[in-house]
Design a protein around this ligand. Sequence first.
Ligand code: AMP
Ligand code: MN
Ligand code: MN
Length: 320
Amino acid sequence: MNYQDFKENIIKADDIIIFSHVNPDGDTLGSMIALYLIIKNNYKKEPVMVVAGEIPDIYCFLPQIDKAVTFDKIEKDRVFDLAIAIDVAAKDRMGAGVPIFDRAKVKMNIDHHKTNNGYGDYALICPDACSAGEILFDMFESLKFPIDKDTADALYTSILTDTGGFRYDNTTAKSFRIAAKLVECGINAGEIARYCFETKAKQMVLLQANALINAEFFENQKIVCTCITNSDMEHFNAKEDYTEGIVGTLRQIKTTEVAAVLKEVTSQSTKVSLRSKNVDVSKIAGAFNGGGHIFAAGCTIQKPIKIAKEKLVEEIKKYL
Ligand code: AMP
Ligand code: MN
Ligand code: MN
């Protein structure tokens, strides 16, 4: 897809829907809002924004986030003229939204995951972009859409969170250049960073402390993993997003090559988050039908958490 295809399809469509991914993060939410604002401000059309599940509290500062709805709010059988998936590595990461996406007359897929297979009628996949927000910034600039403060807040949140605060290897000169331009649009970089990185519920910190203390080490401490069960979640009265960040802390350990957090979904299903320093974890996730980036990837293993852990550790060993 080129930028002109984007523009022409927006002009043609009356009824537009924007999809974020399950377990929404700052990139998918920030990019969804930036798209919404650009379409609203420039074409006087108001797209529907959908989220699969609860929005983490830390992102409630994002402009217009209260306009986002869950799938149950969308009439059954409604056919949209245009569906846009943003930061959605694989179609099934839209969760319950897949049938709505499939029914749309035109399907668009804008993403930066290298494992994205280009689903949809139009795909704009840029694996070198640090975030979906970076792809959108380039496109908006090239199409000469004015970027107001709210749009800048949303795009900055995308870039800031997906680069881990400009610390990960996906941070490039371009990421900083875009960030500088967004600061010139009037955003408060310090304030956004405080919302994204410096604000945690007490129960989140306690759940994380518990997960860290229970970490297990394999292969001379090159592999580290921890398991979070539903009973842990209940014990700490935790929301879904309270596990966010644990895997990054495990990666900080000097000896770590691959860090994994396993989270019980049901007695037969386990969600896995992977991070590494050198190993391509998107391949490990791929072995379980997941995907992602080189140093950050994920998958869901259809096994009880203990068995999932054993299978995962065996798979990771192959890549050390
Ligand atoms: P997470 O550990 O959930 O933060 O995910 C790390 C990265 O991998 C993110 O960029 C996700 O979008 C991606 N990812 C996670 N799970 C999957 C999956 N099942 N399929 C493809 N990509 C995934
Ligand atoms: Mn994301
Ligand atoms: Mn992203």
